[in-house]
Every structure is written in structure tokens, then in C-alpha cells.
Design a protein around this ligand. Structure first.
Ligand code: DX5
Ligand code: ZN
Length: 219
């Protein structure tokens, strides 16, 4: 059994046939459903919000990994708990009181995630890493699917892994953006635990096989 988790991002799904795409993920080797919430303020794009997540939740059978690309995410922590999020990830750059936000997420029974933009140094997490369940390293600038993978991500994964080990933390490392069969093995070798893939999965001819392929490559 492979231990790297694969989280297909529904941002690249066919919104006209959302149920079908959610069920494809249910029936695949994927581990989580990755849900991208964008507010048009923190990132220059608006994706979808609560009613769509409610529709996804009705059909999804795997944990919902909700990635909030929104300003002041504290406003919606309870809302996303009620919508069935298993992992709730906020952006480091969007939180003035990150420790408080993480405690609020955990108090709602969810795993607490922190996403870092490509320019944000992993050492900023040194004093809070033991409170984080998942660090999501953005390997593209957040806001859009289908962008090219930023190569410096490998260095960030390695440094973050060192920090996690040094601090005796159990934090998972998730990679989000431009993940394909070309970089999956190198990412897990560097220390990644969860790979998000949008376009690579949903734009392929056979998404179920593509997910299986990613899972096998990632190891
Ligand atoms: C980008 C999102 C990603 C995106 C990944 O802002 O956070 O989850 O859907 O899409 P691909 O895999 O196409 O880069
Ligand atoms: Zn995402």
C-alpha cells in the first residue's frame, strides 16, 4: 500500500457534471477531495462557495480537504465545519493571528492546515509547526489551475521536512499546483505526504487511471 495521499482538485472538474466528477474521485485510488475556495480578494479569481461545497459534500465519500484562499478566514471556520470539511487550510499570508485561527479550526474537530505562497519562507512556521496538522506548500501562485510547477518547491519541501523532524512534529506536507507524473516521485522523495492535482487528473483522457498512476509513482 502506498502511503502518499493523492488529492484531486475539483477546480479542474466539469462543473456541469460535478456529481459525475465527484463520483469518479470516490471510485478512484484518491485519498481526499481537494476543494479550492477563492474570494477574488486574496487571489485574483473567484472559484465557488458554500452552496457548491454543499452539493459536493452530498456525493463525496472521501475526506474534504478545503483550501481557503480568502482574506480573514476566521469568519467562516464554523461554516466550513458544518459543510463537512475534514481538513481546513488557511493561508499564512491571510492570518494576523495564525495561532488563534488554528485553535479555532481544531476546536471544530477539523485538521488544521496552513498554506504558504511560493515566496513565503518555511522558517516562519518554526514557532507554530507543532500546532499544524498539514502545511500546504503552494508550488504555483494561488488563484488558478493549470499553471507550471515552480522548481524551488523541492528546496522548500526539504527544509520543511527538516524543520518538522527537528521539532518532533507530525505535520503532513502537501504540495499544491502543477503536480504531474513528472514531479510526483521527486516531491515524495523530498518529503511530501499529499499531492494535489487538478488539471493533470481532470484534463486527462482517463482520470481514474491517471490518479492510479500518480499514486504508484508517488509511492
Ligand atoms: C491553485 C489551487 C490548486 C489548483 C491546482 O490556486 O490551490 O489547488 O486547483 O491545479 P493544477 O493541479 O491544475 O495546478
Ligand atoms: Zn488548492
Amino acid at each position: 500500500m502506498s502511503k502518499t495521499k493523492i488529492a484531486p482538485s475539483l477546480l479542474a472538474a466539469d462543473f456541469g457534471n460535478l456529481q459525475q466528477d465527484v463520483e469518479m474521485v470516490n471510485n478512484s485510488d484518491a485519498d481526499w477531495h481537494h476543494i479550492d475556495i477563492m474570494d477574488g480578494v486574496f487571489v485574483p479569481n473567484i472559484s465557488y462557495g458554500m452552496p457548491v461545497l454543499q452539493a459536493i459534500q452530498k456525493h463525496a465519500t472521501k475526506p474534504l480537504d478545503v483550501h481557503l484562499m480568502i482574506v480573514d478566514p476566521d469568519r467562516y471556520i464554523t461554516t466550513f465545519a458544518n459543510l463537512g470539511a475534514a481538513v481546513l487550510t488557511v493561508h499564512y499570508e491571510a492570518c494576523t493571528h495564525l495561532h488563534r485561527s488554528l485553535q479555532a479550526i481544531k476546536a471544530e474537530g477539523m485538521m488544521a492546515g496552513v498554506a504558504l505562497n511560493p515566496h513565503t519562507n518555511i522558517n516562519l512556521l518554526e514557532d507554530i509547526i507543532n500546532d499544524i496538522d498539514v502545511v500546504c506548500l503552494m508550488s504555483v501562485n494561488p488563484g488558478f489551475g493549470g499553471q507550471s510547477f515552480i522548481e524551488n518547491t523541492y528546496n522548500k519541501v526539504k527544509s520543511l521536512k527538516e524543520l518538522i523532524v527537528k521539532k518532533g512534529a507530525t505535520t503532513l506536507i502537501e504540495i499544491d499546483g502543477g503536480v504531474t507524473s513528472k514531479n510526483a516521485a521527486a516531491l515524495t522523495a523530498a518529503g511530501a505526504d499529499v499531492l494535489v492535482a487538478g488539471s493533470f487528473v481532470f484534463k486527462s483522457n482517463d482520470p481514474i487511471t491517471t490518479i492510479q498512476e500518480l499514486k504508484n509513482i508517488a509511492g
